[in-house]
Design a protein around this ligand. Structure first.
Ligand code: ADP
Ligand code: MG
Length: 259
């Protein structure tokens, strides 16, 4: 190795070429500190590499969260399991680790509004992103709308890609809208394509699973969809009070089960 002194501009250019923006930004100042503190060469290099790695992880996280299109960002750490006692953190186990993707786990969260279904789905997908995977959040309405019009125009295969390709797919609010005929077909395509590839799906719905046939106007397809989701999946029923109205007195809250 040639050990003649390297000009500052050359170091800069080489770091740029190697795509090391963080090291490039920090090394000059750290070199001054290293001399003042008598830092070893190894520590100097180690600190710079650690900063580059940490910065890359952070930008990746930001980029993947944006790509996932979450309606809000909530984590599992922010979920109050003492308020929502129908689900326990231990039971979520495999949904929060890399097994979610490696074993192709699925989950269905049912329950009335405000019980934390969307929070839970977002938190699981966010954890998958932290574990190195990519995720996509969509509402059932958006997915069915996009795929139904694509199917009508004969470009369903291409339109399926953003829903089938990501490691983790969240389908939120299944059953909130009443769907047009054909909705069950496109939903089945997504679920079956992902099922065959062992790719996880997290589905939330305010309807009991038995009502899904009615919601989708096709009992057989609804059953086929649920079958695939539950083969490697868990059904969670979120009960209790709504987190949104938790500060109101009990008697002011309309009972969702009363109707
Ligand atoms: P759902 O999808 O069941 O209607 P959300 O998940 O949207 O309900 O929850 C409504 C709001 O309440 C969100 O801001 C969510 O973060 C919060 N929330 C719900 N349940 C909990 C909980 N157990 N702990 C902390 N926040 C919660
Ligand atoms: Mg919701």
């Amino acid at each position: 190795m040639n050990t003649t002194p390297v000009p500052l501009d050359d170091v800069d250019a080489m770091l740029q070429r190697l795509h090391m923006p963080t090291i490039r930004r920090l090394y000059a100042d750290l070199a001054i500190r290293a001399e003042e503190e008598g830092m070893s060469y190894r520590t100097f290099l180690g600190l710079l590499c650690a900063e580059e790695i940490a910065h890359r992880a952070q930008t990746r996280l930001t980029r993947y969260v944006r790509k996932a299109r979450f309606p809000f960002l909530r984590t599992i750490e922010e979920f109050d399991f003492t308020f929502q006692t129908s689900v326990r953190l231990q039971v979520l186990g495999t949904l929060l680790g890399p097994e979610l993707v490696s074993e192709g786990r699925c989950a269905i969260f049912t329950g009335p509004p405000g019980r934390g279904k969307t929070h839970m789905a977002v938190a699981i997908a966010y954890r998958a992103i932290q574990n190195g995977f990519d995720a996509r959040f969509t509402t059932a309405d958006e997915l069915i709308g996009a795929l139904s019009s694509a199917a009508a125009e004969g470009r369903l295969d291409k339109a399926l890609v953003p829903y089938v390709h990501p490691h983790v797919l969240v389908i939120d609010e299944l059953g909130y809208q009443s769907y047009a005929a054909g909705a069950a077909n496109v939903l089945y395509r997504v679920v079956n394509d992902r099922y065959l590839k062992h790719r996880p799906m997290i589905v939330t719905t305010n309807k009991p699973l038995a009502a899904l046939g009615q919601v989708l106007h096709d009992a057989d397809l609804a059953e086929a969809i649920l079958d695939r989701l539950l083969e490697r999946g868990t059904h969670f029923v979120l009960r209790g009070r709504s987190y949104r109205t938790r500060h109101q007195k009990q008697e002011q809250i309309p009972d969702p089960d009363a109707a």
